[in-house]
Design a protein around this ligand. Structure first.
Ligand SMILES: Nc1nc2c(ncn2[C@@H]2O[C@H](COP(=O)(O)OP(=O)(O)OP(=O)(O)O)[C@@H](O)[C@H]2O)c(=O)[nH]1
Ligand SMILES: [Mg+2]
Length: 454
């Protein structure tokens, strides 16, 4: 394959910046822009060896650095790879990359190194997707689940479901093709048992996806409530930063303020919103409209109430809104001695009530535990295989639906051909999930979400 190069480290100042070159002529390209002190050429170096030297673009000295050589197939991409480590400055890495391009490499597309690893059989598609999940991990549970997928746990689980499906298909095909031969008749009840087993394993995978999402990708969540109850104070407490303006004036927040916030082990894509009330002020009214739009799209609502004040009409409207939604009532300002809010009423409308002082931070842990529990993140087994992308989830679900249809066909007593058609469709989805049978477009779509240099 043609040789490509990219900067693999983040842009900006850092100790080291790495330029990765991969492809048939990776070592020749490296030899044209890197001169080792020992005089040894990259083509003469063995795999897993390093050399100290200097990077040149033509005759121009760029930096000193270290060259690492990987020989196919023992490299990330499965091809010959040269990695040049230089000082980690935005300019010096950009110049080193240009030197590699001038030496004959083409710029690597986003995810191209991982795509090559997939094409060269170093990993299946579930592992490739896990690479980005590892990179994006924000907490211990997320990392553990992503590492697990990277290790091939999802691929193995889906692969085993695919194998079992394929062997059922094979049995049915033999029976259908040679009905009058001495092929043992397919036993409908054992067929049903087999399909049910496969479906159960797929259902387990999809069931864990939402909780996995809570620790891996972030859940859209909103802080809402009437003015002055302490929404912005809560936003700042949870994010650990002064994201929102806090004043004792009702109607302070107007724009939606967003932040990625870890609450316990859960990653929330959290919005702080304008206090809900009717207002004559145009700007505030727009703010309230935006708040309501955020509430409608949130998967988790943190409804804030002020314990020191009696519930008013807006509070009641909010309680009604939360009915049937995934919500936590956050009863705030518990540090105040006056308690006028009818907590009993709140409890009757929203099952999950947490008492907190956003000013002092008291009750924060309880809020974290409640959110974890509500999103199913409290009993995530991060050692179990966990789907890491929407693509994986939808294919898993599609396969399970086909298996369901197969069971339906089996029960209705139609010919086993009809069952086989459904099993074959399920198999197609499972193969697409692992990448065993995948179109170029699908693979491209997966890798387009990657960063350049990975
Ligand atoms: N005593 C006490 N005061 C609080 C607490 N949380 C917030 N406050 C105060 O309540 C006032 C309003 O706080 P904000 O966080 O701005 O309230 P908000 O809900 O964002 O208000 P709007 O943006 O106007 O809707 C400020 O004076 C805060 O200092 C708390 O837990 N205890
Ligand atoms: Mg506010």
């Amino acid at each position: 394959m043609k040789t490509v190069a990219a900067i693999s480290t983040p842009s900006g100042a850092g100790g080291i910046g790495v330029i990765r070159i991969s492809g048939d002529s990776a070592l020749e390209v490296a030899g044209r822009c890197f001169v080792s002190v020992s005089g040894k050429k990259p083509e003469e170096m063995g795999g897993y060896t390093a050399a100290f030297g200097h990077v040149y673009d033509g005759n121009e000295l760029i930096d000193e650095g270290v060259l690492l050589v990987f020989r196919a197939p023992k490299s990330y991409t499965g091809e010959d790879v040269a990695e040049i480590s230089v000082h980690g400055g935005a300019y010096v890495t950009a110049r080193t990359l240009r030197a590699a391009l001038n030496a004959g490499a083409a710029p690597a597309a986003p995810g191209e190194f991982t795509e090559r690893a997939f094409i060269n059989g170093k990993m299946d598609l579930t592992q490739a997707e896990a690479v980005m999940t590892v990179i994006g991990s924000r907490g211990a549970q997320a990392l553990s689940a992503a590492q697990n997928a990277l290790g091939g746990a999802v691929g193995r689980e889906v692969g085993s479901a695919a194998e079992k499906t394929a062997s059922l298909c094979a049995a049915l095909s033999v029976w259908a093709d040679y009905p009058e031969d001495d092929v043992p008749a397919v036993d409908r009840s054992s067929l049903e048992k087999g399909i049910k087993e496969i479906k159960a394993s797929l259902d387990r995978l999809t069931a864990g996806y939402d909780a996995g999402l809570a620790v891996m990708k972030g859940v859209p969540a909103v802080i809402c409530g009437r003015p002055n109850v302490g929404k912005s104070t809560l936003m700042n407490l949870l994010s650990g930063a002064e994201l929102s303006i806090v004043t004792d004036e009702a109607g302070t927040t107007r724009d939606v303020v967003r932040g990625e916030v870890m609450v316990g082990s859960v990653l929330l894509n959290l919005s702080d919103t304008a206090g809900l009330r009717r207002s004559d002020n145009t700007v505030e009214t727009i703010g309230v409209e935006r708040a309501r739009a955020e509430m409608d799209r949130a998967a988790l609502i943190l409804a804030v109430f002020d314990v020191s004040e009696p519930l008013n009409e807006e509070d009641i409207r909010l309680l009604d809104y939360c009915a049937g939604r995934r919500a936590v009532a956050v009863v705030n300002k518990t540090d105040k001695s006056v308690k006028n809010a009818d907590v009993g009423l709140i409890k009757r409308r929203i099952g999950n009530v947490v008492f907190i002082s956003a000013s002092t931070g008291e009750g924060r842990e309880e809020l974290a535990r409640t959110v974890e529990k509500l999103l199913g993140a409290d009993d995530i087994d991060s050692t179990a295989p966990m789907l890491v992308s929407e693509r994986q989830r939808s294919l898993c679900e599609k396969a399970a639906r086909c298996l369901d249809n197969a069971l339906g066909a089996l029960k209705s007593g139609v010919t086993l051909d009809a069952v086989n058609v459904e099993l074959d469709a399920a198999l197609g989805s499972l193969y697409e999930l692992t990448g065993k049978r995948v179109t170029e477009e699908v693979a491209k779509e997966v890798f387009s979400k990657f960063c350049v240099g990975k």
